[in-house]
Design a protein around this ligand. Sequence first.
Ligand SMILES: NC(=O)c1ccc[n+]([C@@H]2O[C@H](COP(=O)([O-])OP(=O)(O)OC[C@H]3O[C@@H](n4cnc5c(N)ncnc54)[C@H](OP(=O)(O)O)[C@@H]3O)[C@@H](O)[C@H]2O)c1
Length: 317
Amino acid sequence: MKAFLLRQTGGAEQLHLEEVPKPNIQANEVLVKVKAISINPVDVYVRKDSNALKAFMLPKDNQEVFILGWDMAGIVEETGADVRDFKQGDLVFGLINFRGAGNTYAEYVAAPVSQLALIPNNISFEEAAAACLAALTAWQALVVHAKLQPGEKVLIHAAAGGVGHYAVPIAKHLGAYVVGTASADNKEFVLSLGADEFVDYQKQKVEEIVTDADVVLDPMYGDHLFRSIEAVKSGGRIISLLTDFKGAIGEAARAKGVWGYHMGVASNGNDMQQIASLLERNIIRSHINASYNFVELPKAHQHQDAGNRRGKIVVKM
Ligand SMILES: NC(=O)c1ccc[n+]([C@@H]2O[C@H](COP(=O)([O-])OP(=O)(O)OC[C@H]3O[C@@H](n4cnc5c(N)ncnc54)[C@H](OP(=O)(O)O)[C@@H]3O)[C@@H](O)[C@H]2O)c1
């Protein structure tokens, strides 16, 4: 089969399309013929940076060649000896082995069935591949960790991005009042997702407009969390995607009685089934910002690296 291999961290040109053996499956895995992949910011971090590669891919001793990628949608071609819930021909999607080796930049992937869900009939492979890591992050942040309740106010930073464009409709579905931030040209998009209020973070300080959020979803680096601490009410919850609640940030959160949690998304088939159900009922929709052919995968990386302004970047086989 063909797969993109990375032997050395660096630019997108380090991703080389080569011929490799198809993966062998374990008893609890299926072999999936990949039909679409999606690209996340973490894919770019691991391609560029050897520490990120180690932290997210958890390489074996002396491993020198990597197949990146975690999001995929495809068709089950073979099932392992213990697999009961999936059969040959099923259309499946999932976040594979995160953290660890997902190996989805390939024509075939060995996928643990505990990480998969069936793709609803109304959803394309590209839309399904888009709704893996980013949609799971939105779900796990708001439902699993923040336990967002009806009537609560939630502030979602970067509401137009991969995570944000799933988080806004999930929060609305849960009955929350949603404030979304993005730059001005994403205003209509964020409102179309169901946000009750839009804040242009380039023109306004969101913490001067929102000071009483029950929950904040913050996907930014570093000191941005101080702004979320200002925007959340005393006793509120902040889910951070990039920054720890250590040092001065932790102290500021504690001083206000704020519960802060730095989450890491995890592969989870039960949560994927929730995502499948939300897609099937059109409660969430994947917005495909750009779609590349498999041979153009390095271009998809360059696009994500240059900035993904809206929804998801996907690669189709
Ligand atoms: N911890 C975890 O488990 C986890 C999981 C998923 C993602 N993440 C991280 O979360 C971040 C977001 O991921 P993503 O997939 O949503 O990225 P993405 O698809 O690349 O989206 C980025 C979005 O950020 C917006 N943006 C940039 N600066 C902003 C600011 N100061 N305020 C508000 N919005 C801003 C952009 O909107 P405009 O163009 O309108 O500015 C764009 O829509 C990434 O760093 C990613 O690595 C972490």
